[in-house]
Each structure stands twice: as structure tokens, then as C-alpha cells.
Design a binder for this molecule. Structure first.
Ligand code: PFF
Length: 448
């Protein structure tokens, strides 16, 4: 069994893969719009604090459990706890990871479709260009969702080193480079400075708003891919020589940095669009968010730029597609790792079969979009992720042996026992993080 498991071959490769999982539509789409709706910089500030104090400890918990067990969530809970109590949570995480994949790949399919549109425009195929961006066309949605699955499955079949690591190491630097260029360009346009002001000047009155704090916590959960076992599985592929404490810091910092950069791109871009005559506020006076922002406000902005708008749109949607792909592979890897190391199945077959199952669920979602899509999104991200995160905290804080934890951390960091990390982190995973997660959970149940 151990022989068939992969391992990341370099620190860079691992950081690119884990940051690739974390950095996705949640950063480039979710974060900027949540920021805009929640008092601009006030939200950014709260998000930063929570990502470090809640997200990072949980991320570390997943890395430690994963590398210690060298297994998927089910195998890890079974071997570390020596009993079956936590095993259902492992299965639940695997299913939730797959369900996130099934809605995420529909959104990703839209991104791919919009990335293809500029090509059709360039060659004068206007009819096709209009067809690929027709949001309500089911055939188009099925086609692009399926295309995205083929890409995801293709990478996961390659395994840890020649699939996940290789592609993340290529795609992530490309993404970051493209994003920086695009941000610089947008910041030179008229109206951008109004957006910058909204984004960077905090409305301190809002900083204690419980709704804001809870939204920021939820966002940090989704953004760092926590709870469902993604980071646990990636952690199970980290070499023993690696320092987990630092890796966790890099991944958290990368995730935060890209979310922040996305805010510098999207919010000024909205105000540039407003300057060019596009409506950027909804009837209630809030900044437009969600699909309308990405598929209506931004394309209108690109159109208003004249000929240069075509390559700019291309860059933006390719960037979104790449970000989504490095996240979707991490979702599919969770059930696949279970099939490979607990069920002893062959990676290639398992990937096609499991990918196929979640593809079918995606098609069902596409066909019943109005009724099912929102339901699956809130079931997975609002309810299941916090619940699973809570279970991970309980597991590492109260069940896993402290010596095993310390031994695991010491492997790549011999002096960790005396570090400040070891004084602070255990208190967080044992008490503070679980309590805060319970708060988010109660909020998602509309208790407040
Ligand atoms: N972190 C990803 C994003 O911000 O888009 C989403 C995600 C990936 C959620 C992997 C959950 C997961 F397991």
C-alpha cells in the first residue's frame, strides 16, 4: 500500500499544489465581492486576523494528521484513533469534497466558456461567440462542465508528482504573473482610484459587526479549502524533511495575498466599468456581486475597452479557469486517494469512475439549476465545512496523542517543541478555533 502512494518531490511543488488548492474562485471572485459588500477594508482586516488565527491552525491540523497517517481522511481517522468513531466523518468529508467539485466545476465551466469567447470574436465567428456565453443554454453548460472534468481527471490520473505537482507548478506562477499584469493595467484606467478607496479605506464602524466577522470566517474556511480533507490528503504526500509550520505559513500567506490582489483588481475594475457607463449597484444600493458581476459587469467593461478588451477578457477568464483547475484537482484527489490507498484500487480507473460519478451529479445540477444549485452550495460550504472543521479540531485537540503530534512536527523542525508555535497552536485547536467554528455554524443555521 505504502508503495503506491505518491510524495511531493520539492517544497516548491508542494507549496504550489496546496496554494493552488486554496487559491481559486473563492479568492478571485468571492473575496472581492464580500469585501465590497462588507465595508471594504474593515472586512479585509477581520479576514486577515481570522485567516491567521483560525484558518492557519486548522490547516496545520490537517497537515499534521495527514502526514502522520500517510493516508486519506478515512484511513487517517481509523489508524490514529485506533477505533471507528471518527471514520464516518472521514467518509462525510470525502462526499462533501466531491459535492463541492460538482458545483465548482459548473462555475469553472462558465469561466472556460468565457475564455473561449474572445477566440471566436477574433476569428469573426460572432454567432459562436454569443452561444458560448449564453448562460441559460443547458447544452453549452453541459459541454463546458464536461470539458472541465476532462482536464481535472486528466491531471489527477497523473498522480501526485506528474499530475498535481507538475501542473500546479506550471499553472500557479502563470496565474500570479497574469494577475499582477492585469491588476496594474486596470489600475491605470479612469475610475480605478474610486474603487481603490472603497477597498482600502476601512469603515471602522463595521469592524465589530457580527455578520461581518462570521462572513469573514466562512470565507477563510472555503478559501483555505478546510474541513473536507483536501489539505489532509495533500499533507499525507509531504516528505518528512519538510517543516510543516513554515509550509502552513507559506500557504496561508499565498492564499491571503492572492485574495488581496484580486480585490485590487476586481473592485477598481467595477468602478472603471461604472465610469464607462455600466450599472455596478443593485437596486438595494449594494455593489453587484455573484454571477452578474463576473459575467455581466466585467464583460461590459472589457467591451468598453475597444480592441484591447478582447485580450484583456481572454487573460482574465484564462486566469479564472486556471485558478479553478488547481482547486478542482484537490477536490477530486480526496475520494481518489481513498480508493487508491484504502480500497487498493488502481488510480487511473478510480479517477475515471469517481470523476464520472461527480460529473453525473454536476449534470443533474445543471439540468435543475434553479432548484438544486444553491442548495448544494449552502449544504457543503455553509453547513458541512464548518462542521467537519470542528470535528478536525476535536480530533487533533482532544483525541490525537500530544506526543505523536509533537513527533510529527519535529520531523522537519527539530526545535519546534520550544517554539512559540507549540505554545499557542494547541490552545487554538483545542479551544479557540472550535468555539469560533460553533459560532459560524450557529450563524449558518440563522440562530443570530
Ligand atoms: N479554496 C478554493 C477556492 O477558494 O476557490 C475552493 C475549495 C477547494 C474549497 C478545495 C474546498 C476544497 F476542498
Amino acid at each position: 500500500m505504502a508503495k503506491s502512494r505518491g510524495e511531493f518531490s520539492s517544497t516548491f511543488g508542494f507549496v504550489m499544489a496546496a496554494a493552488g488548492s486554496a487559491i481559486g474562485l473563492g479568492n478571485i471572485w468571492g473575496f472581492p465581492t464580500q469585501t465590497a459588500q462588507n465595508g471594504g477594508a474593515a472586512f479585509v482586516l477581520v479576514y486577515l486576523v481570522l485567516a491567521f488565527f483560525i484558518g492557519y491552525p486548522l490547516l496545520m491540523a490537517e497537515f499534521v494528521i495527514g502526514r502522520h497517517a500517510r493516508s486519506n481522511p478515512v484511513g487517517a481517522y481509523r489508524s490514529i484513533a485506533g477505533g471507528k468513531t471518527f471514520v464516518p466523518a472521514g467518509y462525510f468529508g470525502i462526499i462533501v469534497a466531491g459535492l463541492i467539485l460538482s458545483f465548482y466545476s459548473i462555475l469553472a465551466g462558465w469561466m472556460v466558456a468565457h475564455a473561449v469567447e474572445p477566440f471566436f470574436k477574433l476569428i469573426g465567428a460572432d454567432h459562436l461567440a454569443a452561444w458560448v456565453v449564453d448562460q441559460s443554454n443547458i447544452t453549452r453548460n453541459i459541454l463546458f462542465t464536461s470539458l472541465f472534468y476532462v482536464l481535472t481527471i486528466g491531471i489527477i490520473i497523473g498522480g501526485v508528482k506528474s499530475g498535481i505537482e507538475k501542473w500546479s507548478s506550471r499553472l500557479m506562477p502563470t496565474l500570479i504573473f497574469m494577475m499582477i499584469l492585469l491588476t496594474i493595467y486596470v489600475l491605470t484606467l479612469d475610475g480605478a482610484s474610486d474603487g481603490l478607496e472603497v477597498y482600502l479605506l476601512p469603515d471602522f464602524n463595521k469592524i465589530t459587526d457580527p455578520q461581518l466577522i462570521l462572513s469573514a470566517l466562512g470565507q477563510s474556511f472555503f478559501s483555505l479549502s478546510l474541513g473536507v480533507g483536501t489539505m489532509l490528503v495533500y499533507g499525507s504526500y509531504i516528505a518528512n524533511k519538510e517543516n510543516l509550520v513554515y509550509l502552513g505559513v507559506f500557504v496561508t500567506l499565498a492564499d491571503i495575498a492572492i485574495a488581496f490582489l484580486a480585490g485590487l483588481l476586481i473592485i477598481p475594475a467595477m468602478y472603471v466599468a461604472a465610469n464607462a457607463g455600466t450599472e455596478i449597484f443593485d437596486p438595494a444600493g449594494n455593489l453587484i456581486s455573484g454571477p452578474t458581476l463576473v459575467f455581466q459587469v466585467l464583460p461590459e467593461l472589457f467591451n468598453s475597452m475597444g480592441p484591447v478588451g478582447i485580450p484583456v477578457a481572454l487573460v482574465f477568464f484564462v486566469l479564472m479557469s486556471i485558478a479553478a483547475l488547481t482547486s478542482s484537482i484537490s477536490m477530486l484527489e480526496v475520494p481518489v486517494s481513498y480508493a487508491v490507498d484504502t480500497r487498493n484500487l488502481q488510480r487511473q480507473h478510480s479517477t475515471w469512475v469517481i470523476g464520472g460519478v461527480f460529473w453525473i451529479i454536476s449534470i443533474i445540477l445543471v439540468a435543475n439549476f434553479e432548484t438544486l444549485f444553491g442548495m448544494v452550495v449552502s449544504f457543503t460550504t455553509q453547513y458541512s465545512q464548518p462542521l467537519l472543521g470542528l470535528i478536525i479540531c476535536i480530533f487533533i485537540g482532544w483525541v490525537m496523542n500530544r506526543n505523536s503530534i509533537l513527533e510529527e512536527l519535529k520531523k522537519g523542525s527539530p526545535t519546534v517543541a520550544d517554539s512559540i508555535f507549540m505554545k499557542v497552536w494547541p490552545v487554538f485547536v483545542k479551544v479557540i478555533s472550535p468555539l469560533l467554528i460553533i459560532l459560524v455554524f450557529l450563524q449558518s443555521l440563522n440562530v443570530f
